[in-house]
Design a protein around this ligand. Structure first.
Ligand SMILES: [Zn+2]
Length: 291
């Protein structure tokens, strides 16, 4: 049976053994409650922590590959941009991690990918869709976009332009009219200076007009970026995950999408909300290192 290690480095570093498609023995650094922020760790130390977790997991038996997901633009194993872990920008993580693992006595294929692409692969495995195209929106402080199978290219769909209104300037990247500038937590806090995102959505449920208008804009923005993806890559399944997936009304999203996608071969997109889970991303990272 195939045994690989999946790694995910976002708020924490997680690593687990994936046997076939089953995850076990998950390690986490820093421990919950520890006063350590990954943002402040040098790249060398992040690589070292990953290697330490891999070394622990290898004690449970041999592994054939290692797959690791990181936030940001990752192409050919190089982290070209990483807004959340800025110290990793420009690093050829795949080569560095492979070299560090070899130094620790493990010489196996290493694949480094975008964290949302890892999640998409995990969803494909969980739902038995490894022969299909599947996409996922990760909704949190920022907006991640993952696709299975992974393709060449950038795929920063979270920064899709969904508005030409010059007042839409809240995206963390500084770009105008971006999806994340409407849908992301940071952007919502800048827009509603006195309300947290949960409070905005609660106010909409209680009939607050400004909140309802924003809630509709939020869904239209997500529908617009989805429509762009459909016009580029065809219709199909879109999963909605991340801490803010709870805010999604799939029915409303679908209504807006239908307004935006009219050509008959592009009909048939399907939305599903999935609970947030780093476990699926670990499984997807491990599987992607095998494929
Ligand atoms: Zn942006």
């Amino acid at each position: 049976m195939a045994r690989s290690i999946g790694v995910l480095a976002t708020r924490h570093i997680w690593a687990g053994i994936v046997e076939d498609t089953t995850l076990g023995g998950v390690r986490m650094y820093p421990e919950p409650g520890a006063e350590i922020d990954l943002k402040s760790l040098p790249a060398e130390e992040i690589i070292g922590r990953i290697c330490a977790q891999v070394a622990e997991l290898r004690r449970e038996g041999p592994v054939e590959s290692v797959g690791a997901g990181f936030p940001g633009i990752v192409r050919s194993g190089r982290i070209e941009e990483s807004p959340n872990l800025g110290q990793l920008k420009g690093l050829d993580m795949q080569a560095r991690l492979a070299a560090a693992l070899i130094a620790g006595g493990l010489s196996v294929p290493v694949v480094v990918m975008n964290d949302a692409d890892a999640l998409a692969a995990g969803l494909a495995a969980k739902h038995g869709l490894l022969d299909r195209i599947l996409r996922v929106w990760y909704l949190g402080d920022g907006v991640g976009f993952g696709r299975y199978p992974r393709g060449e290219g950038v795929w920063e769909m979270g920064h899709s332009v969904v508005s030409l209104d010059p007042r839409e300037h809240f995206c963390g990247c500084g770009g105008m009219g971006h999806l994340e500038g409407i849908v992301g937590n940071r952007a919502m806090r800048l827009r509603f200076l006195d309300m947290e995102p949960e409070e905005v959505f609660a106010a909409a449920r209680h009939g607050d007009r400004r909140a309802i208008e924003f809630c509709n804009l939020w869904h239209r923005a997500l529908a617009a970026a989805t429509a762009t993806s459909v016009h580029v890559d065809g219709p199909g399944r879109f999963y909605l995950s991340g801490p803010n997936a709870d805010f999604v009304d799939p029915g409303l999203l679908n209504v807006y999408l239908q307004d935006m996608v009219k050509m008959s071969p592009l009909q048939g997109t399907f939305f599903e909300v999935v609970p947030t889970s780093h476990d699926l991303a670990l499984i997807g990272a491990a599987l992607s290192s095998r494929l």
